[in-house]
Design a protein around this ligand. Structure first.
Ligand code: SF4
Length: 725
């Protein structure tokens, strides 16, 4: 790693290989005179940052003879501590993907045709020359670091404040509730200190928060004395599959269940409600055991046992995520979960202050779906003349009921920064081909950091595969120069900009090193910790209600569940992830709908049969996978497939997009899309010749006793364990 500083620059510039993506045109030059730091056959590892999801994990990339061959986690990163998930591993397939866009494109009539960068930049400069700030918008995914600084500078140069930050998989409601009730939108969660965890739909091992960080913390939670995990959710997630007790919930009932557990803790176990507003105390008193059973359908014994476990296995931590926040009263459900933390005395023990990142302009800006809703509305109202899109594919992630695809016709000039053709590039007037994560420079601040303020560096791991792609920072820098922003004229490229930015980092973080040595040290380590401003948590009395009708209807509900794999659909073009069996169903290369056996029987379908799922906003046809890890009133169709644009040869025309048929309902407090509140009608559809391809094939042991089980009470008696009855 000592080579990091020097090597990274040389890797990008000096190696004599010539590589193209076009079959038949590849030119191989024998490697007779490698650079002196290259030992043929010996790999060198360089530090960088994963860009496959917003978590910001540190990586090491193994480079051999000028090509990056393998990625692993950077042990120095406090986010992932040396781990790398399958999405991170598959980043190489995004980099080497044969379907990457390798040239700028400009719309001519109904087609996008290849163009030069000069033409693309010229057109953008022309369309933005005299634009009024309010007529310009930029939609990005979660963003931080110097990319965020430059993006804000560009918005300022235009006089626009219209930055929409969109992520379908997000913690926006948890952040809002934490801010309102604790004064910190991003508190530190100490799984390592907890003896029990109750999670309402927070898939913290898969898609919630910072999955790799929480996976390492979870490992500590499970060491002696082994912590107890209780997961409440409509369909089983990776976290649910690891739980000691998994409780199937009807979407919308999570808040009532949390209040019912709170009632038990107060009435049966003598815990105090002090600190909570009188109205919330009355609400908790109203959720008696009978009332809670009626509202949730969960057994009285089960509710009482969860409360007893949380009391006995203290300190605990209570979390709330996707399915808990995904309806019209999502805020209230998450607030009810946070109330449990207050009653259980977890604040300050397992939920701590996390501090605040010291450099506001580089601080992470996390995405949500409220921005997608408000952008769609603004587009429908013809508020924008020019819109940029980067790091997002809103035409795919927006439910059709939002009408975004049609409203985009109201924006006369659309520029999309992208690595691949997708549903949004298909609507663009200009497409700018991006360098891959392994070819680009950047700095990133992970949105969830455990009490530290790390800036993680992204450095190119190899020479660009195409001479016609550009780094995001380089493009924004060029656009700023085109707007005659003189402050940027001295920077030849984004690399020069970053070098200069690092020279301005306060001396206290440089350990007496010169600017050059400091830069080399940061590249070698992959990060620098600039600390955080101390903050403190203070429980505030927030009032909320809980409509009694929530969660006790019997209509079928669609659950568009997320997976650490395709994520929000952005990775469906990576064959490793198509080939990797789903963590729950083991399905490969397809979509499926999860149905409870009792529901499947009512509908008259068996595994592999096709069902039609119809909402008020559309319908999809998909094969069914039948198992017990789903609530009988729920049909779950995981996210990711169903791309209708030319999103690579691997994803095109494969499976269905469950987001597409969601109703345009939102959480009334935060405006977040209510992803788990679309009622659907499910009927048997005509069978196709396709089979549902699953790895494995059987979920029973067919009497072979491959895994032995014993009743919990026997375990407790003979092994001294603790269990949830
Ligand atoms: S959790 Fe996200 S950032 Fe971390 S390795 Fe996986 S994809 Fe990359």
């Amino acid at each position: 790693m000592g080579w990091g500083g020097v090597g990274a620059t040389l890797v990008g510039c000096d190696l004599p290989t010539t590589v193209t993506l076009e079959e038949g045109k590849e030119k191989v030059v024998s490697y007779l005179m490698p650079e002196e730091y290259v030992i043929p056959g010996v790999g060198v590892w360089y530090a960088s940052t994963c860009q496959q999801c917003p978590s910001g994990c540190g990586i090491h990339g193994r480079v051999r003879e000028g090509r990056v061959l393998k990625l692993e986690g950077n042990p120095a990163s406090s986010v992932n501590k040396g781990r790398l998930c399958q999405m991170g591993q598959a980043s190489l397939q995004a980099h080497y993907n044969p379907d990457r866009i390798s040239k700028p494109k400009i719309r001519r009539g109904s087609s996008l045709v290849d163009a030069s960068w000069e033409e693309a930049y010229g057109l953008i400069a022309e369309k933005t020359a005299n634009i009024s700030g309010s007529k310009f918008a930029w939609m990005t995914g979660s963003i931080s670091g110097h990319q965020s600084v430059l993006l804000q500078a560009y918005l300022e140069s235009i006089g626009s404040g219209n930055h929409f930050v969109h992520e379908t998989i997000n913690n926006a409601v948890w952040a809002k509730v934490s801010q309102d009730m604790l004064g910190d939108s991003n508190p530190r969660i100490r799984l390592d200190k907890a003896q029990s965890v109750l999670s309402f739909g927070a898939d913290f091992l898969g898609t919630w928060g910072s999955p790799l960080h929480f996976s390492t913390e979870y490992a500590k939670f499970r060491t002696s004395p082994r912590g107890i995990l209780i997961q409440v959710e409509p369909n089983m997630t990776l976290t649910g599959a690891n739980a000691d007790l998994w409780v199937a919930s009807r979407p919308g009932s999570e808040g009532a269940l949390a209040l019912g557990i709170a009632n038990q803790l107060v009435s049966k176990h003598g815990l105090s409600m002090s600190g909570l507003p009188g109205s919330v105390q009355s609400l908790i008193r109203s959720y008696t055991l009978d009332e809670t059973v009626t509202a949730t359908g969960v057994d009285a014994d089960r509710i009482a046992d969860i409360a007893a476990t949380l009391k006995r296995r203290s300190p605990s931590v209570v979390l709330a995520g996707a399915s808990a926040q995904g309806h019209e009263h999502g805020y209230q459900c998450v607030a009810a979960a946070m109330v449990l933390n207050v009653i259980l005395g977890n604040i300050g023990k397992t939920i701590e202050s996390n501090g605040e990142f010291a450099y506001a302009s580089m601080a992470p800006v996390s995405g949500n779906t409220q921005s997608l809703v408000s952008f769609s509305q603004a587009a429908a109202d013809k508020r924008f003349d020019v819109a940029f899109f980067s790091g997002v594919n809103p035409v795919y992630t927006a439910p059709k009921s939002l009408g975004l695809k049609e409203s985009l016709a109201n924006i006369p000039f659309k520029v999309v920064f992208s690595h691949f053709n997708d549903e949004t590039t298909a609507m663009a007037d200009v497409v700018l081909p991006l360098a891959s994560a392994e070819e680009d420079w950047g700095t990133h601040v992970a949105p969830y950091q455990a009490g530290v303020g790390e800036i993680s560096i992204q450095q190119p791991l190899m020479e660009p595969l195409s001479t016609e792609t550009r780094g995001f920072g380089d493009i924004v820098l060029t656009l700023l120069k085109k707007r005659k922003e003189t402050a940027y004229e001295g920077f030849a490229d984004y690399y020069a900009y970053l070098r200069n930015a690092f020279s301005t980092i306060p001396a206290e973080h440089k350990n007496g090193a010169s600017d050059d040595q400091f830069w080399a040290d940061v590249l070698a380590a992959g990060l620098i910790d600039v600390g955080v401003k101390e903050t403190s948590l203070k429980v505030k009395g927030v009032e909320f209600d809980m409509p009694k009708e929530m969660g006790n209807s019997s209509a079928m509900v669609l659950a568009p569940s997320a997976r650490l794999g395709f994520w929000d659909g952005r990775h469906a073009n990576l064959p490793w992830l198509q080939e990797a069996p789903d963590q729950i169903s083991k399905v490969v290369w397809d979509s499926w709908a999860e149905l409870h056996p009792s529901t499947a029987k009512k509908i008259g379908v068996k595994e592999g049969d096709m069902v039609k799922i119809a909402s008020a906003s559309g319908e999809i046809n998909v094969k069914v996978y039948i198992y017990k890890g789903v609530h009988p009133d729920v049909i779950a169709v995981p996210l990711g497939q169903g791309h209708d644009a030319d999103f690579s040869r691997y994803a095109k025309d494969r499976g269905v997009n469950s987001l597409s048929i969601l109703d345009a309902k939102v959480d009334r407090m935060t405006g977040e899309l209510a992803l788990y509140s679309t009622n659907v009608k499910v009927t048997k559809a005509a069978k196709t010749d396709d089979v549902l391809v699953r790895f494995g094939g059987s979920e029973t042991q067919v009497g072979r006793k491959l895994v032995s089980t014993i009743p919990a009470d026997v375990y407790e008696r003979t092994e001294g364990g603790d269990h949830v009855a």
